[in-house]
Design a protein. Structure first.
Length: 238
């Protein structure tokens, strides 16, 4: 598969785009196995249920349909078995999600909480421009637009406008929903990362002979690494 690379010019970043909102005070501690108890304790039932809905594989936004390069990696022999599948996803989580998607998601959520449309536009454009190929950009736009349509149908303010925005991304609309439903920062990043992992394992199970038990072992291993990735992402500077 041949990917076409393009350079995209971005506007200058708005000032203080990552400044935390007051409502994030309860989500300020590092998220790992022993330190995110306080944040989860204050995650009210309505917000928790909305987060579960956003991360559900049943959400009709098509996230499960995109392999994000896994198909090419498998065809080239980089992912022939369970061990390599686990290593690939753990590496992508640590070197990709934790350094790009999750830090940008954090800033998008903060921008929506502040009502800062310029910051939201900048960071979703930044994320889209960071995709390594036109195919990856189209995937992100399609999933983002599908989530925008769903949120608009459920009456989330501002979601409908993103249907006509060429820079819409999945993370952008996930952040809009998290801000609207008052999902804390750490829980937002945890949910997004685990949902990504689940979709990637699902894609792998369709590409290679990875049985149900093996798929769950891979998901459990990658899921175990998610809190550390979130902790790292929350500290990434602009």
């Amino acid at each position: 598969m041949t990917h076409r690379f393009e350079l995209v010019r971005l506007p200058a970043p708005p000032p203080d785009v990552s400044a935390p909102a007051p409502s994030d005070a309860l989500a300020s501690s590092a998220v790992d196995a022993g330190e995110h108890t306080e944040e989860l304790a204050v995650l009210a039932a309505p917000a928790l249920l909305r987060l579960l809905q956003l991360t559900s594989p049943a959400l009709p936004i098509g996230g499960f349909a995109f392999s994000q390069g896994l198909e090419s990696a498998h065809e080239l022999g980089f992912i022939p078995d369970e061990a390599s599948a686990r290593a690939w996803l753990e590496g992508t989580l640590a070197e990709g999600m934790a350094r790009l998607d999750l830090p940008v998601l954090k800033r998008l959520r903060a921008a929506f909480l502040r009502g800062d449309e310029a910051a939201a536009a900048y960071w979703t454009s930044y994320l889209l421009a960071s995709r390594e190929s036109e195919e990856r950009r189209l995937e992100d736009q399609q999933v983002g637009r599908a989530l925008s349509r769903l949120l608009s149908d459920q009456g989330v303010p501002g979601a409908e406008a993103w249907l006509r925005n060429e820079t819409v991304t999945h993370a952008c609309q996930f952040a809009l929903a998290a801000a609207h439903f008052q999902v804390p920062e750490g829980a937002t990043l945890l949910g997004f990362a685990f949902s990504w992992a689940e979709n990637q394992v699902g894609a792998l199970s369709r590409l290679m002979p990875l049985g149900q038990l093996a798929s769950q072992r891979v998901l459990a291993a990658v899921g175990h690494a998610v809190p550390s990735a979130v902790r790292f992402a929350r500290e990434v500077p602009d």
